[in-house]
Ligand binder design. Structure first.
Ligand code: GDG
Length: 481
């Protein structure tokens, strides 16, 4: 049995320091919850890996990390190997190249892209630090799985030193069309594609992202593909779609959790006789929050019969506030929220409840359960797990309004799919959702729930890892023949 090494930019927790007291705070986020669920799954399942290791960077010092370990505050089902990149270069790597160059470009916001040489230099440097760290402890037979856009150069850096290792790479965000990808300077886009092709298996959420990647590889690196397989530098590399799932049972079990039920009941009492619309997103321009608020405003204007009968709970999670575009976004959302509330509120009713804070897992599940409608309308999203979690959490009612520009829209066809920039369409979808008979709601939910149950996060990880091992075998048989 081999060891599984997961590599992501961040570890699944961070350290909070209050004087001498250190506490470990679990991070939220799609990648973290997916892999943690998989690692924690032991009862009745076998992951097939005897030893699991998670490598990621920490924003605390080595000293804090050692203290937290001494205090026995880290109690995970896997070994943790932290990396401490120097602060000055981490900033250009993370806020710079990762989130001001790659993120806007890959989400089709080319006007927000900042192309700065020092950002790319820092990106290379941090990817190399990850490579050096892994090369320190990797052993023959280890299976290496690199995650996401912050580490696109890493597979090739590892391949140079580990020609036979099993290396997988998964991109959690969209891979854009060639016409967008080619906007990146040549001396960056080539190493990025080559970096990804250092892996044996390159995975994406959707068929479109796979095709976009293959097209860019063909146009930029002149490599041909056949049935999603690429022959590059004498190596066979596979690409395929692996749409990430959720821990379906965890959300179903939360439906009967005492705390979740308690919070849900108090929400129902508070909003007695009113319909609830809910959304939760990181604060990000890709999430389409301004358009969503415009859509809600048009809805209140066009369908006045719903005034005083509907409340929209908009929960926004603080994110990347060191980047100017993000901090500006916060101001414009808050302005719009207060305009809508100022315009439509009565003495007894306020249409929007806006929160800028994290929710506990129990609060999140309770909101999923009591919400009559989830309004999830990103302008682009690799997948969007919130949509899947909402559907999984609905018991006997619930309508999902989902942007057709999310990866999740491919699987959740029974949702009301909308173009997120078409505010009239969003407004009319809200009205349709609120009027939808319960029988139809349940029927749509049951189709989607069946799909989410069958292809959950465990299946996602198993399929990716099995495919990686199969690819290694195929490479061997090609060599022998
Ligand atoms: C990438 C891609 C892709 C959110 N707020 C709270 C909270 N969450 C949890 C949700 C969900 C996760 O965070 C967010 O899921 P996303 O799908 O939006 O993923 P990201 O991590 O932002 O990003 C995305 C994903 O990777 C997976 O491949 O779907 O397209 O951008 O699990 O439940 N959890 C708690 N409190 C919150 O306030 N407890």
């Amino acid at each position: 049995m081999s060891r599984l090494i997961i590599i992501s930019n961040r570890l699944p927790f961070s350290i909070d320091k209050e004087g001498d007291r250190m506490t470990v705070r679990q991070s939220s986020g799609g990648l973290v919850s997916a892999i943690k669920s998989y690692f924690e799954r032991e009862q009745g399942h076998s992951t097939g890996y005897t030893h699991k290791i998670w490598v990621g960077s920490m924003d605390s010092s080595l000293e804090d990390w050692e203290n937290v370990q001494k205090q026995g505050n880290v109690n995970e089902d896997f070994e943790i190997i932290p990396l401490f990149p120097p602060k000055e270069c981490y900033d250009d790597f993370y806020n710079g190249f990762s989130n001001s160059t790659l993120w806007p470009l890959f989400h089709y916001f080319p006007s927000l892209v900042e192309n700065k040489k020092e950002y790319f230099e820092a990106y290379k440097r941090v990817n190399q630090l990850f490579a050096d760290k892994i090369l320190d402890f990797v052993e023959p037979g280890d299976v290496i799985w690199v995650h996401d856009y912050q580490l696109m150069l890493l597979p090739q850096m590892l391949r140079e030193k580990l020609p036979d290792a099993a290396i997988g790479f998964f991109l959690h965000i969209p891979f854009p069309s060639y016409e967008i990808f080619r906007l990146m300077p040549t001396n960056w886009k080539k190493p990025i594609l080559e970096g990804m092709l250092g892996a044996d298996l390159v995975g994406f959420h959707t068929h479109e992202y796979v095709q976009h990647f293959l097209h860019s590889a063909k146009m930029i690196l002149k490599v041909e593909s056949q049935f999603n397989n690429i022959q590059y530098r004498d190596r066979l590399i596979k690409t395929d779609l692996f749409p990430i799932g959720i821990d379906y049972e965890k959300f179903r079990e939360a439906c009967i959790d005492e705390t979740v039920v308690e919070i849900g009941t108090s929400l129902e009492e508070r909003f007695y006789n009113q319909k609830l619309i809910f959304s939760v997103d990181r604060l990000d321009y890709t999430k389409g929050l301004n358009y969503r608020l415009d859509g809600f405003e048009v809805f209140l204007n066009k369908y006045p019969k719903w005034r005083e009968k509907v409340v929209f709970i908009l929960n926004v999670i603080p994110s990347r506030d060191a980047i100017q575009t993000y901090s500006e976004k916060k101001g414009s959302i808050e302005e719009k929220v207060s305009t809508i509330n100022g315009k439509f509120s009565t003495l007894h009713w306020q249409p929007l409840i806006y929160r800028y804070n994290h929710l506990t897992f129990e609060e999140l599940c309770a909101l999923y359960q009591v919400a009559d409608v989830a309004l999830i309308t990103p302008l682009r999203d690799g997948m969007n797990l919130v949509a899947k979690e909402y559907v999984a959490s609905c018991i006997d009612k619930g309508v999902l309004i989902l942007s057709e520009l999310t990866g999740a829209a491919n699987e959740l066809n029974e949702a009301l799919l909308v173009n997120p920039t078409d505010v009239d369409e969003v407004a009319s979808a809200i009205d349709t959702a609120l009027n939808m008979p319960l029988v139809e709601q349940r029927s749509r939910l049951s189709y989607m729930q069946r799909r989410l149950k069958n292809y959950d996060v465990f299946k996602w990880m198993d399929e990716f890892l099995d495919c990686l091992i199969e690819t290694k075998k195929e490479q061997e048989s090609v060599k022998v023949n």
